[in-house]
Design a binder for this molecule. Structure first.
Ligand code: NDP
Length: 452
């Protein structure tokens, strides 16, 4: 008889947990995965997927307007929020089913309920104790917001996906991924939107041109941005239900919705990790090594719960490394350099590699190529929407270190350039590549002038 009930017990059926479980089962391991909430985790249910659907919905608003420049005349379009929510929910239910089938098809046993650790080789779920040779913690993260008076009146992105009605006015707090994405969504859907950011430049983790250029484009699209602003308290008018946000300078803004997008924290509380001797960071993230092993040798962790790069494809890759390490050849490893990412603001951002500032900090001379222009499409729409493209190049080796873009479909475009960067492409090779005409992306292979 086997010493343990399972070879691998995964807590959390999100992107990382499901991928690791399926891959491990494919390598012959006996695997079970526990999920207390929804299959597919944040990405499928309250993240990437519904956000992208909302983002598509928001773009239509201006697409109708832009079409006029191309000769289209239509009665003024109206938007129905309940239709979007119902159609989005139907798609998510379909994806939940796809995840369930993927697990059962791979021979992974799915257990519904909250699993907690009893010790380094045992979990308890729904009153049942189960033993496993290895336990994988893939419990993801959860939105966090500062505890100001009236914080209970504000929502996070979790609730934004299920609002019973579209607010007339919205305040979105934060200057990161979720804040700029949701501010763009609300604005595109016709909500009077104000982005409230404590800093001076949006998306400060990225190349500095991206955040400043995006802010200009967002303002052109009718959004308001309050930089260097902090909400000190929120009150609700009992009569109208409207929320009043009071700022540090005593000014006030009223809105039907205040949404905080001020970061996410790892989901480790109450999991019993202390029973197994698992070390956590100050932020509650599981500390792991390069094989994703925690301080307890039988316990591993991947995805948002380790708080490295909170991106679905990263969690998937980490899950594959763990499964391969435990049950396969162990040849896989995780490289965090050159991971491309997109921000589905309006306009989109796509970026891979080093920002100009990081490249300069590393020492060594660099060349910077930068181009802004109104793309062909908008010559007729009259929207004035501009595109930014930027290359950061190592002067000595000629290697392209960073490719950055603000503009429509930037994510789609940067994905291809990410391959070029992985291959170590040089600026000379970019230049030797024939452009596809007329596209925005051809600009990346025809950038000749070095920016001052
Ligand atoms: P981010 O870390 O991207 O941004 C958090 C923002 O909130 C920052 O601008 C930060 O300000 C601000 N902030 C933090 N604390 C406070 C505070 N107490 N008061 C006021 N402002 C505050 O987090 P998000 O919540 O936007 O997203 C979480 C993660 O999810 C992202 O890092 C990303 O990895 C992932 N994600 C990825 C997406 C994609 O791939 N397209 C989409 C959405 C999320 P400051 O800049 O000053 O620190």
């Amino acid at each position: 008889m086997a010493k343990y009930d399972y070879d691998l017990f995964t807590i959390g059926a999100g992107s990382g947990g499901v991928r690791a479980s399926r891959y491990a089962a494919g390598l012959g391991a006996r695997v079970a995965v526990a999920e207390e909430r929804y299959l597919g985790g944040t990405c499928v249910n309250v993240g990437c997927i519904p956000k992208k659907l909302f983002s598509y919905a928001a773009h239509y608003g201006e697409d109708f307007e832009h079409a006029a420049g191309y000769g289209w005349r239509a009665a003024s379009p109206s938007f129905d929020w309940p239709t979007l929510i119902a159609n989005k929910d139907r798609e998510i239910t379909r994806l939940n089913g796809v995840y369930e089938k993927l697990l059962s098809g791979a021979g992974v046993e799915l257990m519904r309920g909250r699993a907690t650790l009893v010790d380094a080789h045992a979990v308890e779920i729904e009153g049942r104790r189960i033993s496993a040779r290895y336990i994988l913690v893939a419990t993801g993260g959860w939105p966090v917001a500062p505890p100001i008076p009236g914080a209970e009146f504000a929502i996070s992105s979790n609730e934004a996906f299920h609002l019973p009605e579209l607010p007339r006015r919205a305040l979105v707090v934060g200057g990161g991924y979720i804040a700029v994405e949701f501010a763009s969504i609300f604005n595109g859907l016709g909500v009077d939107t104000t982005l409230v950011y404590r800093g001076e430049r949006l998306l400060k983790e990225f190349d500095s041109d991206l955040g400043s250029f995006l802010a200009g484009e967002m303002i052109n699209k009718g959004m308001k941005i309050r930089f260097r602003s902090n909400i000190e308290r929120i009150t609700r008018d009992t009569h109208s239900g409207a929320l009043c946000a009071t700022f540090a300078d005593a000014s006030e803004l009223t809105a039907e919705c205040v949404m905080y997008a001020t970061g996410r924290a790892p989901n480790t509380r109450g999991l019993g990790l202390e029973n197994a001797g698992v070390d956590l960071t100050e932020n509650g993230a599981v500390v792991v090594d390069e094989t994703f092993q925690s301080s307890a040798p039988s316990i591993y962790a991947v995805g948002d719960v380790i708080d490295r790069l909170l991106l679905t494809p990263v969690a998937l890759a980490e899950g594959m490394v763990v499964a391969d390490h435990l049950f396969g050849s162990g040849a896989r490893s995780m490289a965090y350099e050159g991971i491309p990412t997109a921000i589905f603001s309006n306009p989109n951002i796509g970026t891979v590699g080093l920002s100009e500032a990081t490249a300069r900090e590393r020492g060594g001379a660099i060349d910077v190529y930068r181009s802004t222009f109104v793309p062909l499409r908008h010559q007729l729409t009259g929207s004035g929407e501009k595109v930014l493209m930027k290359l950061v190049v190592d002067k000595e080796t000629d290697r392209v270190l960073g490719v950055h873009m603000v503009g429509a479909d930037a994510g789609e475009i940067i994905q291809g350039f990410a391959v070029a960067l992985k291959c170590g492409a040089t600026k000379r090779e970019f230049d030797a590549t024939i452009g596809i005409h007329p596209t925005m992306a051809e600009e990346f292979v025809t950038m000749r002038e070095t920016a001052k």
